[in-house]
Design a protein around this ligand. Sequence first.
Ligand SMILES: [Zn+2]
Length: 376
Amino acid sequence: MRSNIKLGKIFGIEIGLHYSWFIIAALITFSLAGHFQIVNRDWKPGVVWGAAIITSLLFFLGLLAHELSHSLVARAHKLPVRRITLFALGGVSVIEKESPDAKTEFLVAIVGPLTSVVIGGVLYGIARLMGGDSEANPVIAVLLWLGTINVALGVFNMLPGFPLDGGRVLRSVVWGITRSMERSTRIAARVGQGVAILFILFGIFQFFRGAGLGGLWIAFIGWFLLQAAGANYMEVELKHALQGLTAGDLMSRDSVVVEGPTSVQDFVDHYLLRTGKRCFMVSVQGRLGGLITAHEVKTLDRELWPSTPVQQIMKPIQQVRVVAPDMPVMEALEMMAQADLNQVPVVANQQVLGILSRGDILQALRSRVELQQKAA
Ligand SMILES: [Zn+2]
């Protein structure tokens, strides 16, 4: 999950919003306004809307506190936290490393729901101390709603479906018992898919019983959980397979250099079509000037191929995203996916050591999976 809008940093952790957050924030504010209108029909629109907006902001602050608790516990256990993103279905903490052991995983996972339940309990308690009658006072109405929703959030997150916190708690417990992180991940992912399917079925059932949008919403959350459980499972498998490999390990070293003044026609005839490679370095006056691929050639009219030198259409090296040889392959892959690149040059001390392509990574993945199957 990427952040589209960066809000700033709390405890050094970057906080951001995904565009989908605005849709849900608006929906929640509108439905809260409806709710407060029914709580006391005498409240003026200013009071109703003021309460709705404040409540929905506080609701997201509660979500943020939930995510922050995950992030801070992760960081206390030396797991680097990249950012927290709030989106339509809540928040995600982007933690760069998997927990090294079951206990850390357990603590990082369980602190979130605990935080939500504590926040909810405290707010509910304050509302009770103020008399607990939401009709009497908008502040009490706001506190009661927030108290209930935060407790509900904590309980919902404890459902044992990966990637919900409960799924991670389940995984850590299975991990602690079986001593196998892979087995526990598979089990937690399967249970997660089961929980997701139950959600979808329950949502559809509710819909046909007349719950309308509420039913569809539950089914949609189930569908989301199903996707996320599958994707999470794949990611863990992928990370495991690529563990310990760096960009330098998998790059192709036999990259071909084209002289800058070479015509595009010659480049196509003698390099692009003959070598079967996709990405070439262009040397300009003895130094690396840029990269050229079929993509750049396609942007040039065919009649101009014989008269245009490659250095004129190459992608200048200053504009090329590069990776260091010691960057973990998983990280390089993420960067390539985000920037929509098929290959990146591997650069150290301003020298190109080789080119890392998605093809290289896929090849390495295949060999590793084959070896694992033979070993099993
Ligand atoms: Zn959580």
